[in-house]
Design a protein around this ligand. Structure first.
Ligand code: NAD
Length: 260
């Protein structure tokens, strides 16, 4: 379905980004992986995806808090593959604290990585997408782009911003063959969430498994984590012809969280 197409997936060395990268490779896309991690582990990951799916996979370690490095990431992808057809803006971080105690440097980092990077990446890929008359920008927002939760000021502000940016890019590209949509996951068991489970276990003096059950049970009626593979399936759908008419949408996959 996506053979001869190239996708950049930011923050794809772990969690949701890795699930989406694997799903896109599974339908033939060549990949630019991005994200931090141990150099040897990233190389093993890169090779294993390339071998399993028979696609070309490269990695670029751009720090998405730095606009110049985002420009370099897109330029690298264009040099390697001649084009960027799909941009999945996925890299993200979390910091949990009440507003009065929220450290300024954490606010700046969350806004830079979770929101401003989405703008910078999109800004650099759109000209090529418009020229070729086809493109997909998929922003990994969150249920926190739609509703708030205590102690997540920067994250909730950034994710609401991502949904707003998604709408503007959709309007500006309407009719060009480029679509821009947001995916809004509920709880997904990844390293980003494991930190919050560990903190809950420590603060309540309970085991990690029980903390995981409480965390997901409190917000997510399904009482089950959404998985990176399920989100990968949704991203593949957004890249399909069936999604040609879908742009500016914020699609939840949240086990019913935002239906309450
Ligand atoms: P994760 O911690 O498993 O993965 C984050 C990825 O981003 C990693 O590859 C990491 O190396 C990369 N990254 C972090 N900072 C970076 C930077 N400065 N530059 C480049 N790469 C960087 O997290 P995840 O849970 O898979 O989250 C991925 C996205 O999904 C985030 O945008 C997050 O907000 C969103 N999300 C997660 C959940 C969840 O429950 N896990 C729910 C809703 C939305």
């Amino acid at each position: 379905m996506l053979s001869r197409k190239t996708a950049i997936v930011t923050g794809s060395t772990s969690g949701i980004g890795l699930g989406i990268a694997r799903a896109l490779a599974g339908v033939g896309a060549d990949l630019v992986l991005n994200g931090f991690g141990d150099r040897d582990e990233i190389e093993t990951l890169r090779r294993s995806i390339a071998t399993e799916f028979g696609v070309r996979v490269v990695h670029h370690g751009a720090d998405l808090s730095k606009p110049d490095e985002i420009r370099n990431l897109v330029a690298f992808a264009q040099d390697e593959f001649g084009r960027v057809d799909i941009l999945v803006n996925n890299a993200g971080i979390q910091h949990v604290a009440p507003v009065e105690e929220f450290p300024t440097d954490r606010w700046d980092a969350v806004i830079a990585i979770n929101l401003s990077a989405v703008f910078h990446g999109t800004h650099h890929v759109l000209p090529g997408m418009r020229e070729r008359g086809w493109g997909r920008v998929i922003n990994i927002a969150s249920v926190h782009g739609m509703v708030g939760s205590v102690n997540k000021a920067a994250y909730v502000a950034a994710k609401h911003g991502v949904i707003g940016l998604t709408k503007v890019v959709a309007l500006e590209t309407a009719g060009s063959g480029v679509t821009c949509n947001a995916i809004c996951p509920g709880w997904v068991l990844t390293p980003l969430v494991q930190k919050q489970i560990d903190a809950l276990a420590a603060s309540q003096g309970i085991g990690v498994e029980e903390a995981g059950r409480r965390l997901v049970g409190e917000k997510q009626p399904s009482k089950a984590f959404v998985t990176p593979d399920q989100l990968g399936g949704l991203a593949v759908f957004l890249c399909s012809d069936a999604a040609d008419g879908m742009t500016g949408s914020a699609v939840t996959m949240d086990g019913g969280w935002t239906s309450q």
